[in-house]
Design a protein around this ligand. Structure first.
Ligand code: HSE
Length: 434
């Protein structure tokens, strides 16, 4: 059997997928149980040198619809990104009876309900391994080796760019903007890098993971999302002195009926494995009943890692063609669980206040926190500057977010508190049950 692939979008991931298809051609066909052939490519720019030889590809076009409408193509690979034209292409491919491979997390997180329903109606598949965690085989693991496990918690580093930036700021003392530029040059960042640094890309990926793990549709707007653009080296260093590393963590919990889904900068105890995930690497740590803790780790962005994930999806599609494996997509369009409001979320906090170093300041702040049932774990104060101003860092025990926000409002009204307080959540992750 020949299995014919049409690939739309020859950007970073598209080129990586073509390279993988060419370099590993024998293995790909052997594992697919079919002769996998790159039948067509579509891109607005077919002239630029991407380091791949396309001379043997029969159909080269500037118009993706030529591939979608072709009878010579079995599987459409959408790698243009975005939510408009890409959505039309994916819908068109499904309607033309083709399976789809995509790495487009934004598209699936925002329009998954419609697209997976359409796939089910047409008896087609959408494979999207490259959409989450780059080269990490997280999606196929959830549908495969982890399919029997009830996953209750996810703690994940799933934006390579942010992790790269936080790592370089910490280790090399380099400023945010310089490291971001480097991540863009390395092909890690999204076309619009605010998706990376404001947590949106991680939120897209978390919505997909939580939906599969918890069997419920998760809308992007339900994911509480904060990024790393206002993180300072000062906070990273304070955290380090207290035994923590700062990560942009994507967290999802199934709390018996309610779910929690949030992405934000988070202090993680330095002894935790997640704290050691450096650079562009991603990791998804999961806790499941019975199974306990398990973790997948690998390169979360870049042409060849993500390209490899895309080609694995093509192999899945080819395998499906002969023996249609059933994949249950109903989680993407069946809302069953409520999302816990952020004000009800309970966690520990790092608070950095900038105060006038006068007698009684600390007791005023502590009194307000205590009045809202927020208990202090430790306090760190450094030497005041020449204006008698100084940062005071307070770590709290677990507290309700709603109570903390009310307390901060009161604290900010004190005239000795000189600036907006930096709040970073802490996630201990219970290793005792690992
Ligand atoms: N911009 C993404 C990241 C690419 O940095 O993780 C992989 O999805």
């Amino acid at each position: 059997m020949v299995y014919r692939v049409g690939l739309i979008g020859l950007g970073t991931v598209g080129s990586g997928a073509v390279k993988t298809l060419i370099q590993n051609a024998d293995q790909v066909s052997r594992r697919a149980g079919a002769d996998v052939v790159l039948q067509g490519v579509a891109d607005l720019d077919l002239e630029s040198d991407r380091g791949v030889d396309l001379s043997s590809v029969p159909l080269k076009t500037n118009n993706g619809w030529d591939l979608i409408q072709s009878d010579d193509i079995d599987c459409v690979v959408e790698l243009i990104g975005g939510e408009t034209i890409a959505k039309d292409f994916v819908k068109g491919a499904l309607e033309h009876g083709k399976d789809v491979v995509t790495a487009n997390k934004a598209l699936l997180a925002s329009h998954g309900a419609e697209l997976f329903q359409l796939a089910d109606r047409h008896g087609r598949k959408i494979h999207f391994e490259g959409a989450v965690g780059g080269g990490i085989p997280i999606i196929q693991s959830l549908y495969g080796g982890l399919a029997s496990s009830k996953i209750r918690e996810i703690h994940a580093i799933i934006n390579g760019t942010s992790n790269y930036i936080l790592t370089k700021m910490d280790e090399d003392d380099r400023p945010f903007q310089t490291v971001l530029k480097e991540a863009q040059e390395l092909g890690y960042a999204e076309l619009d890098p605010t998706y990376d640094v404001e947590g949106i890309d991680a939120a897209h990926k978390l919505a997909l993971l939580a939906s599969i793990c918890f069997g419920t549709r998760v809308d992007l707007k339900q994911v509480y999302t904060r990024g790393i653009s206002d993180i300072t080296i000062e906070d990273i260093h304070f955290g380090a002195r207290l035994g923590y590393r700062l990560k942009l963590l994507a967290i999802a919990k199934d709390l018996n009926g309610e779910i929690e889904v949030r992405v934000h900068p988070t202090f993680v105890p330095a002894r935790q494995i997640l704290a050691s995930v450096r650079g562009v690497f991603n990791a998804v740590s999961m806790y499941a009943e019975g199974l306990g803790s398990t973790m997948l780790y690998g390169r979360g962005a870049g042409d060849l890692p993500t390209g490899a994930a895309v080609v694995s999806d093509i192999i899945q599609c080819a395998q499906d063609k002969t023996s249609r494996r059933a994949i249950d997509y109903s989680n993407f369009y069946t809302p069953v669980k409520a999302v816990r409001p952020m004000s009800e979320v309970e966690t520990e906090y790092y608070l950095r206040f900038l105060v006038q170093d006068n007698p009684g300041v600390l007791s005023k702040i502590a009194g307000i926190l205590g009045g809202r049932n927020i208990s202090i774990l430790s306090v760190l104060q450094t030497e005041p500057s020449q204006n008698n101003q100084c940062p005071v860092v307070i770590m709290t025990h677990e507290a309700k977010e709603g109570n903390l926000m009310q307390a901060l409002e009161e604290i900010h009204a004190l005239d000795v508190v000189l600036a907006e307080t930096k709040v970073i959540r802490i996630e201990k992750m219970d290793t005792a049950r690992a």
